[in-house]
Design a protein around this ligand. Structure first.
Ligand code: ATP
Length: 267
């Protein structure tokens, strides 16, 4: 559905991305991992149509993403970036309704309210719908922004989700462990309901647990690609992160990535 073909991005004579090719399928979750400065945000900016590569192309359903009219693209792909501050006293419902701007002139007020209600329900924000966004905790704010993105893509389940993409840049930033897993459970459900989801993740264990496919970026190149069990070997991750990492079995779930020194201490 969403494809990167040989994407190269050059800034100030430096290749931020160097011939990156990958694919996101509908109804699946693709995690992009890699060290700081590897090019993860640059890649998802290209894949979401916010940046044009010097070479190569990002295609949505076989068509260059840059060729979509802005409003058409906004009805098919929604982005939740890293910085999501709001200066005004909008309620959660009003923030979520901002996702409907792309539908202005096509969607009636009732549809917009149905979309917002469905998105708020999917993110479990019903009790907070009238709260001032600025009073929310970090985790609640993140869920609110996800709900805004879902309202933008509504209807976002079943056949109606086909061809729609949710792009998330470090969605678990600033969240405690419980809220990281709870948010990723919700993101996983979005993929299971039919959306294509691409997420930059710093936590390798979240990628291992939740993603269908993983792209491991290093110095602007694709160092690993495929299902997590294949793309995230301890040897590859150690090389990419410059730290000895091991994959260890976990008693109840997918394996865990741990730094070797810490592992040695733990046993
Ligand atoms: N406009 C630009 N001009 C020059 N260099 C840039 C520009 N934008 C990004 N870079 C550099 O490109 C590299 C990749 O940046 P990017 O934000 O894509 O990395 P990242 O993998 O998302 O990093 P992080 O994990 O720290 O968020 C970084 O070294 C960054 O400084």
């Amino acid at each position: 559905m969403l494809t990167a073909r040989d994407i190269t991005v050059v800034r100030q004579n430096r290749k931020l991305l160097d011939g990156v090719s990958l694919r996101l399928d509908g109804g699946s979750l693709l995690a992009v991992v890699g060290p700081n400065g590897a090019g993860k945000s640059t890649l998802i900016r290209c894949l979401s149509g916010d940046m044009s590569p010097e070479d190569g192309v990002a295609e949505l359903d076989g068509r260059p993403i840059g060729s979509y009219a802005a409003a058409d693209l906004a009805r098919r792909r929604a982005v939740v970036g890293q910085e999501q501050h709001l200066a005004f006293g909008f309620s959660v419902m009003e923030v979520v309704l901002l996702g409907r701007i792309a539908h202005a002139g096509r969607s009636g007020r009732d549809d917009d309210l149905s979309a917002a209600a469905a998105a708020i329900g999917a993110m479990g924000l019903e009790a907070l719908a009238e709260r001032d966004f600025r009073t929310l905790s970090g985790g609640e704010k993140q869920r609110c922004h996800l709900a805004r993105a879902l309202a933008q893509l509504w209807p976002f389940a079943g056949a109606a989700a086909e061809g729609k993409v949710l792009v998330l840049d470090e969605p678990t930033n600033n969240l405690d462990l419980r809220h990281q897993y709870s948010l990723m459970d919700q993101v996983r459900r979005m993929a299971d309901s039919g959306l294509g989801v691409i997420a930059v993740l710093h936590d390798l264990n979240l990628a291992l647990r939740y993603a269908d496919r993983v792209a491991v970026l290093c110095d602007g190149r694709l160092a690993g690609w495929g299902p997590p069990s294949e793309a995230m070997s301890g040897a590859l991750l150690s090389e990419v992160f410059g730290l000895e990492l091991r994959r260890v079995e976990s008693p109840d779930g997918p394996p865990l990535i741990v730094p070797a020194a810490q592992f040695a201490d733990a046993v």
